[in-house]
Design a protein around this ligand. Structure first.
Ligand code: SF4
Ligand code: F3S
Length: 482
């Protein structure tokens, strides 16, 4: 599953610099995971060459696009409220405005938006963004427009995304799309299609372009990055039928990560998301070997109970996950590990829940994304399993998971007090303009007095205190990464 972008950024309208040649205005909002936010940059890039500048003023937009998420019912309800708002503005203030829905909800609900609900003018799935200019022509001609065809090839590798949500320092680079792991609760394989990987040279070119523009950190993105496999194009599942030549020259994730680490030694490389059954030892050695590869692994497990893992079709056991955790900590001693957890999956008992808490005690995660189970129509769990854990039980178990995570987060951050960590400065602190903030390699937020340092510098910071989520300290000089 994908890490959801932090709450404060959900629904942020994204704006890039103005091209005076462009006469139309695009308002684009994104919800969900980093892949969606990254896709919105692809969309803005496609539309920038078709006459659109972005705007943050909804009322003046010619075109409003919302890039949607289907991962939970709540995410879809939020988008529905936004669609109501756009339509109200359209009715009252700007009747020429066109409204379109992109992303996973577009893929899941397809023509329902156009035919039954009649609340949008166009519906475009995650693999059809290159078709947007044609679809917009259809809309201009007074027709509804829809393209939700999932592709076997599309990775947008040939599009140079404009950086909409960027601080000019960190950026996302997508490397794979789709997911072949049919976890029974997850809508992603239906909305994003089968796994396919992007050509390595186009990834390296994009990182080079970011480096030339002054970026200092990239996050390699995919629904399942450890499954990355380039063998000349095509779906991951078809690799078995590839020619001997294609197999011999194939590039996997460990190789791709190493290529990036070696080619850009002064750039930080992160990646997300990993899936336990696809994460193998070679990639761990690459993370350990290169100082510029960040020592943070987001490794969702979803449950600590073998019985529930099986029902979820997670293709590993609790013990296999623990073995992987031990291997990770052995090979990368300074790593931080973060989790995704679901409370109240169908049939979950008190014992299953205790197994989850017990696994958390063992791993001591640094951070987590934790949710009560939300049934998704069309998934195997949605079709075949009764959502039978009472809501109040789900919420109580979720609270216990959240409380335990908070305790562990506090303990993990406390371990950094007295140590010096390397920080890439990303912004001025939200709380005080005299402080700067950035993350260390383990992805912990660090805040310290500004002095003469500036955004984009790598600095060593001596940690003097902490909260459960933030390290607080004082810069003691530039790091070797500068
Ligand atoms: Fe969904 Fe499972 Fe794929 Fe993650 S690995 S995106 S949870 S199907
Ligand atoms: Fe991402 Fe949500 Fe789709 S998490 S892949 S936008 S369902």
């Amino acid at each position: 599953m994908e890490k959801i972008i932090e709450e404060s950024k959900q629904g942020e309208s994204l704006v890039l610099e103005h091209n005076p040649e462009n006469k139309k205005k695009l308002f684009i909002e994104s919800y969900g995971c980093a892949m969606n936010f990254s896709d919105s940059e692809v969309v803005a890039s496609i539309l920038a060459t078709n006459g659109y500048n972005t705007t943050s003023v909804l009322e003046e937009a010619d075109l409003v696009l919302v890039n949607t998420c289907s991962i939970r019912d709540k995410a879809e309800q939020t988008v529905r409220k936004r669609l109501e708002k756009y339509n109200a503005v359209k009715r009252r203030q700007n009747p020429k405005m066109k409204v379109g829905v992109l992303g996973c909800m577009a893929e899941r609900l397809k023509s329902q938006f156009l035919e039954q609900e009649k609340i949008v003018d166009l519906v475009v799935g995650p693999d059809a963004y290159k078709d947007l200019p044609n679809l917009l022509q259809e809309v201009e001609a007074g027709n509804d427009a829809i393209n939700v065809i999932l592709s076997k090839e599309e990775t947008y590798g040939d599009i140079s995304p404009v950086r909409l949500m960027s601080n000019g320092i960190t950026a996302f680079v997508s490397i794979t799309r789709g997911c072949d792991n049919m976890c029974t609760f997850c809508v992603v394989p239906f909305t994003r299609g089968r796994e396919r990987s992007r050509e390595p040279q186009s990834i390296m070119d994009e990182i080079k372009d970011l480096w030339d523009k002054g970026f200092k950190e990239v996050t390699l993105l995919g629904q399942n990055v450890d499954s990355y496999l380039w063998y000349g194009g095509g779906l991951k599942k078809d690799f078995v039928n590839a020619s001997e030549m294609a197999k011999a020259t194939a590039v996997d994730f460990a190789q791709l990560l190493e290529m990036a680490a070696v080619a850009f030694p002064k750039m930080r490389i992160r990646f997300s998301t990993s899936n336990p059954q696809d994460m193998h030892e070679p990639v761990l050695h690459v993370i350990a070997k290169y100082p510029n590869v960040c020592k943070h692994i987001h490794l969702p497990v979803q449950s600590g109970s073998d019985r529930i893992l099986k029902l979820m079709n997670r293709l590993h056991t609790r013990q296999e996950y623990i073995t992987l955790i031990n291997k990770i900590r052995n090979i990368i001693p300074d790593v931080e590990i973060t989790q995704d957890m679901i409370a109240g999956f169908p049939t979950e008992t008190e014992q299953d829940h205790q197994d989850t808490l017990d696994l958390m005690e063992y791993v001591q995660y640094n951070f987590g994304y934790m949710y009560a189970y939300s049934e998704r129509p069309g998934t195997l769990a949605g079709r075949k399993m009764e959502d039978d854990v009472p809501e109040e039980t789900k919420l109580r178990r979720l609270q216990e998971i959240v409380d335990l995570q908070r305790k562990h987060s506090g303990q993990r951050t406390q371990m950094y007090v007295g140590k010096t960590v390397e920080v890439l400065i990303e912004k001025v602190s939200k709380k005080s303009e005299n402080d700067l903030s950035g993350r260390n390699s383990q992805s912990l937020m660090v805040v310290f007095p500004k002095e003469n340092y500036k955004i984009g510098d790598f600095v060593n910071v001596e940690i003097t205190s902490c909260t459960s989520g933030t390290l607080i300290g004082k810069a003691v000089g530039y790091s070797e990464m500068n």
